[in-house]
Design a protein. Structure first.
Lengths: 113, 112
């Protein structure tokens, strides 16, 4: 158990809908990262938050957004869902920004029908 | 951005065999991690190793940062070692982007 929690574990929704994925980092960790794993794109970095502020963006679509709350949990919002958004979404956390080991949650498996 | 190449892409071994997985990266890194993704999809941290050598039981890893590669060694393989092994790196950047870039992975199958 990495100490990073994600909810829900599974999510099935229809095209055009909006969903919210939730992540709680390890106790004491200030940085939260979101990653997407799909068959065609592999594992790719989406976005990073550090202590409530957006720190870096990766390959995140404009239809996707995220935020980190004062208690350091984070939410990833996916809107206008398309079939291609079906993937495993991971949250990771690290002690701080910079070169610290990242620990991954169990993931949320999103299926868009 | 940084490119990460892993080899071999697939590896089938008998239980008890040893293996070496390789990760090449295209630029200087300040973070390099090895992960094992089990059949249930969980990403398990194996090593945080931007440079040097580490060992943990039957697993060990070496990163030669100056030559931009890392090796993961698995000795006396067990069926529970099956899964996909990922190398992931993050490079130095003034903007502070710390997101990991993952390789495509090595799919390891250990047969009893």
């Amino acid at each position: 158990d990495s100490g990073v929690t994600q909810t829900p574990k599974h999510l099935i929704t229809a095209t055009g809908q909006r969903v919210t994925l939730r992540c709680s980092p390890r106790s004491g960790d200030l940085s939260v990262y979101w990653y997407q794993q799909s068959l065609d794109q592999g594992l790719q970095f989406l976005i990073q938050y550090y202590n409530g502020e957006e720190r870096a963006k990766g390959n995140i679509l404009e239809r996707f957004s995220a935020q980190q709350f004062p208690d350091l949990h984070s939410e990833l919002n996916l809107s206008s869902l398309e079939l291609g958004d079906s993937a495993l979404y991971f949250c990771a956390s690290s002690a701080s920004g910079g070169a610290y080991e990242q620990y991954f949650g169990p993931g949320t498996r999103l299926t868009v029908t | 951005g940084i490119q990460v190449e892993q080899s071999p892409p697939d590896l089938i071994l008998q239980e008890g065999a040893n293996s070496t997985l390789r990760c090449n990266f295209s630029d200087s890194v300040n973070n390099l991690q090895w992960f094992h993704q089990n059949p249930w999809g969980q990403l398990i941290n194996l090593f945080y190793i931007p440079s040097g050598t580490k060992q943990n039981g039957r697993l060990s890893a070496t990163t030669v940062a100056t030559e931009r590669y890392s090796l993961l060694y698995i000795s006396s393989s067990q069926t529970t070692d099956s899964g996909v092994y990922f190398c992931a790196v993050a490079g130095y950047s003034g903007g502070g982007a710390d997101g990991l870039t993952f390789g495509k992975g090595t799919h390891l199958i250990i047969q009893p």
